[in-house]
Ligand binder design. Structure first.
Ligand code: IMP
Length: 422
């Protein structure tokens, strides 16, 4: 059996922290989609560390970490990520294994991402520019290079054919992208040599045998449900399935083997990049959330857009993923607000609706809010549920009633220790 943990909003919910907190309960932590567009932040013992492609179980002594077939790997970013872990004295080779079927991000994928975004102008997605979209395009277009291809004798020729094609495509965009491909390729092939030092596996087979042997598995999602290529706010989404189904296709775990689905959400909402965001707050409240919550992208450094909790969107994500337990992050950031707002319905074509319609652009939906009394207490030192202020307990109870799933963890700060189990 496997449990699954994923984000229910537009990413940055704090998945890295929760995986890290839960890791000691699992033998295996497996990433199933996305790539270096992710930045999973972990804080413990005064150390803050951001992981990109490597699963968040890497810091725990006994867990094996798997990068699944659904992930896209940039060897160059990966090499730097491994170097960044050197100071922790982790035996990476014994703790980290990679699916041969995971696709490789080539330097030209990154360039194509930049060319595509530049050509889109104002309509740009706001991509992290890590080459994610073009790599998944090559995967579904059946042109991609996979980790297993590195072991083939003609890997370099295969690389050349694809990179040459990409150069033609970059020219097609007719935008000014400056690059030195020879330099980028040197960096890429150096990083490939380092990647080869790790073990490549057929991860679906490995996970099948692990399940048979009674090992516990946690599948770690990246980005958030509203960035899912099918169910998110298309086209302002990422290029993978960030929802529960992605764990099946991205690891080869059968649907009936998934038990708990942990859904992570922030007590408010953030979004980075372009696209609709009905509860975005352009006033003081949004500014306070950004400042107190330190809402800056861990990968791009961009300021995140902030706003109130959107229960219409949260319910949608809970249903699509079959969430069985909720985890609410950053409750501490809402301390000090006199009044809190929660969106419980949208005004859509003159009517009040409580489901997510096809189009949530601002001209189509207006959020309808329920107001709550705020609290003033500093939550960051609290360690048990009965210490939480009554107003926060009411806020939590309201969400649970609306969404019909219990909130089992309330996070009151970035550190591992600032985690309240209910
Ligand atoms: P891409 O996946 O880098 O192409 O980015 C597509 C959209 O998803 C952009 O709006 C990004 O800001 C957003 N995005 C991608 N990865 C993350 C993430 O890990 N957290 C939050 N937003 C993300």
């Amino acid at each position: 059996m496997a449990d699954l943990l994923l984000g229910l909003q537009w990413g940055d919910e704090g998945k890295g922290k929760i995986v890290d907190v839960l890791t000691s309960n699992y033998d295996i932590i497996a990433r199933f989609q996305g790539g270096p567009n992710a930045g999973h932040t972990l804080e413990f013992d005064g150390i803050k560390h951001v992981l990109r492609t490597i699963p968040s179980g890497i810091f725990h002594a006994n867990s094996i970490n798997i990068i699944g077939n659904g992930v896209v790997i940039d060897p160059v970013v990966f090499q730097k990520e491994i170097e960044g872990l050197e100071k922790f004295n982790i035996d990476i080779k014994s703790k980290l294994i990679i699916s041969r079927k995971a696709h490789l991000i080539l330097p030209t994928h990154r360039l194509l991402d930049a060319a595509s975004e530049t050509a889109k102008g104002k309509a740009k997605i706001g991509s992290t520019l890590k080459g994610i979209g073009p790599t998944y395009m090559d995967k579904t277009g059946r042109n991609g290079l996979r980790v297993g291809d590195i072991e083939l004798t003609d890997f370099k020729e295969r690389y050349r054919t694809l990179a040459d094609k990409h150069e033609t495509m970059i020219k097609f965009y007719d935008v000014n992208i400056q690059y030195n491909l020879a330099e980028l390729e040197k960096e890429f092939f150096d990083a490939i040599e380092d990647l080869k030092k790790l073990d490549f596996i057929d991860s679906e087979e490995y996970l099948y045998n692990a399940q048979k042997a009674g090992k516990t598995i946690l599948c770690e999602g990246a980005q958030g449900s509203l960035l899912d290529v099918d169910f998110g706010t298309y086209p302002f989404v990422t290029s993978s399935n960030t929802t529960a189904a992605g764990a099946c296709t991205g690891l080869g775990i059968a649907p009936n083997q998934i038990k708990e689905v942990y859904g992570i959400f922030k007590a408010y909402t953030t979004r980075v990049g372009s696209g609709p965001f009905p509860t975005e707050d352009f006033g003081e409240a949004g500014d306070v959330m950004a400042k107190v919550g330190n809402e800056f992208g861990s990968v791009t450094g961009r300021k995140r857009r902030c706003g109130w909790l959107d229960l219409v969107a949260l319910k949608y994500a809970v249903r699509i993923n079959g969430v069985t337990q909720l985890m609410m992050m950053k409750g501490d950031v809402l301390s000090g607000f006199k009044t809190l707002k929660v969106c419980t319905a949208y005004k859509y074509k003159g009517q009040s609706i409580d489901h997510l319609p096809y189009n949530i652009e601002p001209e189509n939906v207006e959020p309808l809010y329920t107001e709550f009394k705020g609290w003033n207490a500093d939550l960051t030192g609290m360690t048990s549920y009965d210490q939480l202020p009554k107003e926060l307990v009411d806020y939590i109870a309201f969400i649970e009633k609306e969404v019909e799933v219990p909130i089992k963890i309330v996070s009151v700060g970035p550190d591992r220790k600032q985690t309240i189990m209910k």
